[in-house]
Design a protein around this ligand. Structure first.
Ligand code: ADP
Ligand code: MG
Length: 152
């Protein structure tokens, strides 16, 4: 069960929350070559993709983040300005019918690699292959501009 929760009042607050979590993780892992697996639960419009935009902003990625729904996976490199080179993999499993589709995208190398930040929308579709060690976030719709995010 998630231990903590926050309610954001607009998309910018959701991005800010993502940047804060990222900053903490980068600080804790600065002398390691860790991977970070972040699973984003919750329905359409909950703010999952908005959260990913906050992460890429924190990594100073120049490209814009769109929902990778039709691509399943998109890859972003952190800017040279970050202390290390990180790769963010954004998965959207909404349309997949079999977790093997994810395996075919090089999943084992991504999960087993170094300095990878792996963020997954609709993780329940690939629960079978998800490592236990991960951060889970659950996005809930409160009203038009508010989202409750449970995490832990
Ligand atoms: P998902 O990926 O979960 O389907 P998106 O991030 O694509 O959700 O869309 C969230 C939508 O909700 C966006 O249009 C965004 O502007 C809007 N929104 C309103 N309030 C918030 C909030 N507090 N946090 C995140 N998004 C919000
Ligand atoms: Mg999305």
């Amino acid at each position: 069960m998630p231990k903590n929760q926050i309610t954001t009042k607009n998309p910018e607050e959701t991005k800010e929350f993502a940047r804060v979590l990222l900053k903490e993780w980068l600080e804790v892992n600065k002398n390691k070559n860790s991977n970070w697996l972040v699973c984003l639960y919750g329905g359409l419009g909950g703010g999952k993709t908005t959260f990913v935009q906050g992460l890429t902003e924190g990594l100073l990625v120049k490209e814009t983040v769109n929902s990778p729904t039709f691509l399943i996976m998109k890859k972003y490199n952190s800017s040279q300005k970050t202390n290390k080179k990180y790769t963010l993999y954004h998965f959207d499993c909404y349309r997949i019918s079999d977790y093997k589709e994810i395996l075919d995208l090089g999943w084992d190398d991504i999960i087993g690699g170094k300095n990878n930040i792996i963020v997954i929308e609709w993780p329940e579709e690939i629960e079978k292959i998800l490592p236990k060690k991960r951060l889970n976030l659950k996005f809930e719709f409160v009203d038009e501009n508010s989202r409750k995010i449970k995490y832990g």
